[in-house]
Write a protein that binds this ligand. Structure first.
Ligand code: 4SX
Ligand code: CA
Ligand code: FE2
Length: 347
């Protein structure tokens, strides 16, 4: 039996467990320039410069680095109740959260979703100052807003079906000629994604991404990390994605949580937005310039917690792994053959 899913507006916030709040603050505030809405000895609530809800990222102090929750905003207070009955219908573990149970967030429903992730649905949230035109506060690496979550999950078609049941649509995916699906990008807001599904051992968090207005801000953050003698915090990029067309950079925070900086994807809001399927052997799918994806990007991801705060066991992916398909001895995926493309002439 199918029930009505809640009307999800967009991905809205993530809560990460970090082991050293001061070190994390240095990274998220000092380097990324996120704005502190509230902080105490237990947690730091952060937002990017265009955001007017209380936070888009919570860093909570704990012993083991992990994802504590992924938050989606729904369209009205009533939709929180719709989420509750939808997930009860799916047989998921469901908990009501009183207003303020998370600082700045109104009444909410938290679930352990069928993929094993802790997910929250809320509408009401405290409004704070939107700093869009407070250019006096913008650094050269200014970040505008949360863009998406990316989760690692063993069975991408199953995860896609679950998210389609929540009203998400696919914008792009990566597959092979035998029908194996390696990744999919899905959205509610009118961009390429709110959530990406990366095939791998899971449930794990692959990354969360913040959008900037321009590429220059992302490049500045590279320069900033160089000046701090911390280029080891840069994992992949800067580059241009094939999938999504976004300009990107992946960083690793002091606990190893992966943060993407992202700009220039495209509008997907029309009802007939075409789905783009990439072949896993297309060397431009993940980097438009053909640069190699580092093995750590495929292999490593953050643990996720259940609603009691315990790490979830990880289930192995049994299908082909993209890293094995595309990473050769030199770390590069297969390049084009001359029969596919000739310079100056697309066939
Ligand atoms: O690596 S991909 O080009 O497939 C890619 C990864 C595209 C968009 C993303 O947000 C991402 O994390
Ligand atoms: Ca295959
Ligand atoms: Fe991403």
């Amino acid at each position: 039996m199918t029930s009505t899913p809640p009307d999800v507006v967009r991905c809205a916030y993530a809560e990460l467990v970090v082991t050293d709040l001061a070190a994390s603050r240095e990274f998220y505030v000092g380097v990324l320039g996120l704005v502190v809405t509230h902080e105490d000895d237990e947690a730091i609530h952060l937002r990017a410069l265009e955001e007017y809800l209380h936070h888009s990222l919570v860093l909570r102090r704990g012993d083991v680095p992990a994802l504590a929750v992924l938050g989606y905003r729904v369209r009205s207070p009533r939709e929180v109740d719709v989420a509750e009955s939808h997930f009860r219908g799916l047989g998921a573990r469901v908990e009501r959260r009183a207003a303020g149970a998370t600082r700045g967030i109104g009444p909410a429903v938290r679930v352990e979703d069928p993929l094993g992730f802790p997910v929250e649905f809320f509408y009401e949230a405290e409004h704070v100052e939107r700093l869009t035109q407070r250019y006096d506060l913008h650094g050269a690496g200014a970040l505008a807003r949360l863009d998406h979550f990316n989760v690692t999950t063993p069975d991408v078609p199953a995860a896609r079906a679950y998210y389609e049941g929540l009203g998400f649509r696919v914008s792009e995916d990566i597959r092979d000629d035998e029908g194996t699906v390696y990744a999919a990008w899905m959205f509610r807001k009118s961009t390429v994604h709110d959530i990406a599904l990366t095939g791998g051992d899971g449930p794990r968090l692959h990354h969360i991404a913040f959008a900037s207005a321009e590429r220059a801000q992302i490049l500045h953050i590279c320069d900033h990390l160089g000046a701090l003698r911390r280029p080891d915090m840069i994992e992949r990029g800067p580059g241009r994605h094939g999938v999504s067309n976004a300009f990107y950079l992946y960083l690793r925070d002091p606990d190893g949580h992966r943060i993407e900086l992202y700009t220039h994807d495209y509008y997907t809001g029309d009802p007939d937005n075409p789905v783009i399927s990439w072949n896993v052997h297309d060397n431009q799918r993940r980097d438009w310039w053909g640069n190699a994806v580092v093995p750590s990007w495929y292999a490593e991801a953050s643990a996720v917690l259940d609603l009691d705060g315990r790490p979830r066991p990880v289930v192995e992916r049994t299908e082909d792994r993209e890293a094995d398909v595309t990473i050769g001895a030199d770390g590069f995926s297969r390049t084009r053959t001359d029969t596919e493309f000739k310079l100056g002439e697309q066939v």
